[in-house]
Design a protein around this ligand. Sequence first.
Ligand code: SAM
Ligand code: SF4
Length: 331
Amino acid sequence: MPTEIIENTSPSMLTDTFGRVHDYLRISLTDRCNLRCTYCMPSEDMQFALHSTLMTANEVFSIAEKFVKLGVKKIRLTGGEPLVRKDAHHIIHLLSKLPVELTITTNATRTDSFLDDFKKAGIRSVNVSLDTFSKEKFLSITRRNDFDKVWQNIHQLLAHNFHVKLNVVVMEGVNDDELLDFVSFTQHQSIHIRFIEFMPFPGNNWNIQKVYSYIEMLEKLKQNFDIEKLIDAKHSTAKKYKVKGYAGTFAFINTVTLPFCGDCNRLRLTADGKMKNCLFSKGEIDLLSAYRNGEDLDALIFQSLAQKQKQTGGQNFDWPTENRSMIAIGG
Ligand code: SAM
Ligand code: SF4
């Protein structure tokens, strides 16, 4: 258990060879999930990690604390589905002791049991994945029949004044026909849609024809709405817009057609305690084993950072992509 709240006023020491300062850590709590999204999980042979290989709650805290001492100021919990972990309540409570902005990405199947935890931990912003408004399509994309629950929970988060961003992976021929519906949803709801280009991971049957590009999306939306460009937050991966007069906003995350790596400030920790300096990096550094052996983690963290490539982990989205699947990295 942590005994004291540490100070975090110094500038980040986490600078890579391209001069990029890293102050944002995404921590995967598990590679397990109660949904089976086709774009995220391999269609066959998904092997989940053994529990003993995953970071315990206290290990998550202690390793996160190392990053915070080096300058991390924002932590996002992700997975797999972070809220399927039995000790998710406890982990959220522990991490709330760190002087960081704490956020989470979730499929919202279980957020109804976490509202108080989020509030007590100071989580104000929740990213939720929802790729369709159709119950039938939800079932075919996620292979689970949980649309009603997710829909209800999104409205509950909004009613409790959380800042809700909806992540929509746009796939040609799957849900590109719902772009206008998603933007129309922002008319009266203060919700923030993020259209994400479909990215390649091993086993997710990606090909470039299935990518509905940001340019195509923007053209279609411009033809149907009176749109204005908004100012993007520093380091934001999303290019933000809104329809004039609407309550919410929408944005594009163009990883495939226009990678935004130039300004990257992100590091990742997988559920089994491996540091990845990029979502697409081939290499990983095993911080958990080092931690369990009592070794100093700082040198390993700097070593990983020094290996960070300029763009998309040094990969050119050729098939097959040399990486773990998205669910095993943590999105
Ligand atoms: N289970 C949580 C959820 O679904 O929000 C968190 C983990 S999920 C891996 C994190 C994000 O990655 C989700 O918004 C999901 O849509 C996105 N994602 C997964 N696979 C993707 C892919 N192939 N291309 C683009 N985004 C993807
Ligand atoms: Fe689970 Fe999220 Fe991946 Fe869907 S995108 S399978 S909800 S981890």
